[in-house]
Design a protein around this ligand. Sequence first.
Ligand SMILES: [Zn+2]
Length: 101
Amino acid sequence: MSTRGAQQDPRRRRRDGRRFYARRRVCAFCVEKVRAINYKDVGRIRRYLSDRAKMEPRRKTGACAKHQRALALAIKRARHLALLPYTPDHMRVPVSTMQQA
Ligand SMILES: [Zn+2]
């Protein structure tokens, strides 16, 4: 447990100070009163993937449980339709297309 929190996320916990006032995070989907997250809305959903193409955890995104579940489903659907990447490899632009004259 000692090395926990070593991962850098500057917005969160500080190691030195005992007191840390976390900013109140609200679920972005709740704010917009989104009922169902559209899996075709890639522009929005994309932000919930890390650079490793993994889904960001709630603790980072601030999504509420309800919307995180809906989000997970939407991401999986979008991935299935190749709208979103499963792995970082999928995000890389193929070399063949880059070198075409
Ligand atoms: Zn929500």
